[in-house]
Write a protein that binds this ligand. Structure first.
Ligand SMILES: [Zn+2]
Ligand SMILES: [Zn+2]
Length: 241
C-alpha cells in the first residue's frame, strides 16, 4: 500500500465521479475533493490539506490532460493545488492563489487547531511548520466559463458569500452540481474573514432555483435537489445581514 492509500478515502458515483476525503484530518477541515474521469481529460475539483500527495494518490497517467479547479482559496481546499499544471480558479481570488497567504487561506486556523490531524502525515510532522505552496492560476474563470471534458461540460457559476471567489461547476446535461463551500449538507460558514453575508444570501436564492438532480458539496455527503433547497432555505430563514 502506498503512503497515499492510507491517507485518502474514496466513494464512487455514477458518471465517473469519485469523492475523496482525508479521514485523519479534523472534521472542520475535512473537505471533499472530486475526480471526474472524462473522455478527453480528467477533472480534479479541490485539493484538500496537501499533507500527502493527491496527484500521486490519483495516479495520473503520463500525458493524460488534467484540469484542476479550485472552488475557492481556503486551506482545506487548496493544499495540493500546486501539484497540477493546469490550474483554474475565479479571478476574484487569483492573487490569493499565487501567494497563499494566511489572510486568504486561513491556514493559521489549522495551525492553531490542537487536534488538526488524528494521525501524523509524516514522521517530521509538526503543525507549526504547515505551509501551503503558492499555486498561481494558469487561467482565470469568470461566471459562464465552460470546462469541457469531451463527454460532459461544466458551466462556471460565481457563488460568492462564503468567499469572494467561490465558484460552482454545473453539468446542465446531467443535472450535476459541484458547489464547493457555497452549499453543502452541514452548517454553512459565513463568519470567517472574507465572508459576505449579503452576497451569501443572493447565492442561496440562486441555488434554490438551480435545476440539478445531485449536488456534491465541499463537505459532507452529496445532496438531492430537495435537500439542497432545504439547506439553502434554512440559511435564508436564519441569516441576518
Ligand atoms: Zn471554505
Ligand atoms: Zn471548506
Amino acid at each position: 500500500m502506498s503512503p497515499q492509500h492510507d491517507w485518502f478515502e474514496t466513494e464512487q458515483y455514477s458518471g465517473g465521479i469519485t469523492r475523496i476525503w482525508e479521514p485523519h484530518v479534523h472534521s472542520f477541515f475535512r473537505a471533499n475533493l472530486y475526480h471526474v474521469a472524462g473522455r478527453d481529460a480528467d477533472l480534479v475539483i479541490d485539493f484538500g490539506m496537501g499533507l500527502r500527495s493527491l496527484r500521486q494518490f490519483l495516479g495520473v497517467k503520463h500525458g493524460r490532460p488534467v484540469i484542476a479547479v479550485a472552488t475557492h482559496v481556503h486551506v482545506d481546499h487548496v493544499g495540493s493545488f500546486h501539484e497540477f499544471d493546469c490550474r483554474l480558479g475565479h479571478s476574484a481570488e487569483a492573487s490569493a492563489f499565487s501567494t497563499m497567504l494566511d489572510t486568504s487561506t486561513l491556514a493559521d486556523f489549522f495551525r492553531k487547531q490542537p487536534d488538526g490531524v488524528s494521525q501524523a502525515p509524516d514522521t517530521k510532522w509538526t503543525p507549526d511548520r504547515y505551509r501551503i505552496m503558492p499555486a498561481p492560476l494558469s487561467d482565470v474563470l469568470e461566471e459562464g466559463a465552460q470546462i469541457d471534458l469531451g463527454d460532459r461540460r461544466y458551466r462556471v457559476l460565481h457563488l460568492p458569500g462564503h468567499s469572494s471567489g467561490s465558484i460552482g461547476l454545473l453539468d446542465e446535461m446531467n443535472g450535476v452540481l459541484f458547489s464547493g463551500d457555497a452549499i453543502y449538507d452541514g452548517t454553512l460558514v459565513d463568519d470567517l474573514p472574507g465572508c459576505d453575508k449579503s452576497e451569501y444570501r443572493k447565492t442561496m436564492e440562486r441555488i434554490c432555483d438551480l435545476d440539478v438532480s445531485i449536488a456534491f458539496g465541499g463537505h459532507g455527503a452529496p445532496m438531492s435537489r430537495k435537500r439542497m433547497q432545504t439547506v439553502a432555505a434554512n440559511y435564508l430563514a436564519k441569516s441576518t445581514t
